[in-house]
Design a protein around this ligand. Structure first.
Ligand SMILES: Cc1cc2nc3c(=O)[nH]c(=O)nc-3n(C[C@H](O)[C@H](O)[C@H](O)COP(=O)(O)OP(=O)(O)OC[C@H]3O[C@@H](n4cnc5c(N)ncnc54)[C@H](O)[C@@H]3O)c2cc1C
Length: 319
């Protein structure tokens, strides 16, 4: 299998990876971005983005295309390949792909992750048509409507509380008879006059023609079913970071998020993480590109320092 050398490797061409690639290219680093699918990442799955500064409203695919062409314009190469493994050899990091092996002194991991799905009829068909996994991103689109939130952990209750400012009525649908969320977070939800928790209940189906119109609910205790009219369903039942191949040797949280310092450096010098794969408060395009900017600039400095050290070590070694 071919081995290809780069100055900077990026794993994943979502917003974070494309931004890191843009900075790498502008810094005149030979930059390769591995992408297993279509460049753009999770925003390809969203209809309108209204919270990326500079664009009052832009479709997710249009924003992704702009990120991609920006990265390419400054010379980043997008490599269609799936990263299977990463390890270090001296001061080089090796990324093993399906198609080739790639080597660089610095790697930025921007492999993102995926919101966990309910896997019920209607969920996929109505995704971005009222089915959402991001309250900050999509909440304002449903102002004045009845909204359902599915889940009972911190994320569901916190995001549900956030959505009460847009919802006429906010239903939190939870399969158990108590929430898993921390008590203080629960209290904030219960303090909202337009919030109601529907206990012991699961969603069997999400219905609607062009957009979400209702959810079919089933009480898990007595098996009874009913239909609830809502304009949107927000699903917060977990998020899976795409960190499987990094977990063996890079420090991560229990949930699989990579842990970094403020320079986005992971537990391995020269390996950085940015965007949704990193543990942080918000999963947004703005935070992903913010992380990626820091990671790329830190990686550039790291590479320069390495080169400087090598240049000064060489004469001494020769003498
Ligand atoms: C439905 C939906 C709507 C959203 N709407 C908004 C919004 O309106 N505004 C907003 O700011 N945010 C929104 N978000 C959140 C936003 O999309 C993410 O925060 C952002 O995309 C994170 O960027 P990222 O680059 O870290 O990861 P991702 O976007 O997840 O990109 C990761 C990339 O890495 C690739 N990859 C993964 N593993 C490998 C591997 N082993 N080898 C090669 N490639 C790999 C993936 O294919 C993917 O392209 C939304 C998210 C969803 C799910």
């Amino acid at each position: 299998m071919n081995t290809m050398d780069y100055d900077l490797l990026v794993v994943g061409a979502g917003p974070a990876g494309l931004c890191a690639g843009m900075y790498g290219g502008r810094a005149k680093l030979k930059t390769g971005i591995l992408e297993k699918g279509v460049p753009g990442g999770e925003i390809l799955n969203t209809d309108m983005v209204e919270d990326y500064p500079g664009f009052l409203s832009i479709t997710g695919p249009d924003l992704a295309a702009k990120f991609e062409s920006h990265a390419r314009k400054f010379g980043a190469e997008i490599i269609p390949d799936l990263a299977l493994e990463i390890y270090s050899e001296g001061d080089r990091h090796i990324v093993v792909g399906e198609e080739a092996t790639y080597r660089a002194p610095a790697v930025i991991v921007t492999a993102g992750g995926n919101p966990r799905k309910l896997d019920v009829p209607g969920e996929e068909r109505l995704s971005a048509r009222g089915v959402s996994y991001c309250a900050v991103c999509d909440g304002p689109f449903f102002e004045g409507q009845d909204i359902a939130v599915v889940g009972g952990g911190d994320a569901a209750v916190e995001e549900g509380t956030y959505l009460t400012k847009y919802a006429r009525k906010l239903y939190v649908i939870h399969r158990r008879d108590e929430l898993r969320a921390q008590k203080i977070i629960q209290e904030r939800l219960f303090a909202q006059p337009n919030a109601e928790v529907i206990w012991d209940t699961v969603v069997d189906e999400i219905g609607g023609d062009q957009r979400v119109e209702n959810v079919t609910l089933r009480n898990v205790k007595d098996g009874s079913t009913r239909r609830l009219d809502v304009g949107a369903v927000f699903i917060f039942i977990g998020f899976t970071p795409n960190s499987n191949i990094f977990r063996d040797h890079i420090e991560h949280t229990e949930a699989g998020y990579l842990v970094t310092n403020s320079l986005m450096e992971s537990s391995i010098p020269g390996v950085y993480a940015a965007g949704d794969i990193r543990e942080q408060l918000a999963k947004q395009v703005t935070t992903a590109v913010g992380d990626a900017t820091t990671a790329a600039l830190a990686a550039e400095k790291y590479i320069e320092a390495m080169r400087h050290e090598a240049a000064h070590a060489a004469p001494a070694a020769a003498g």
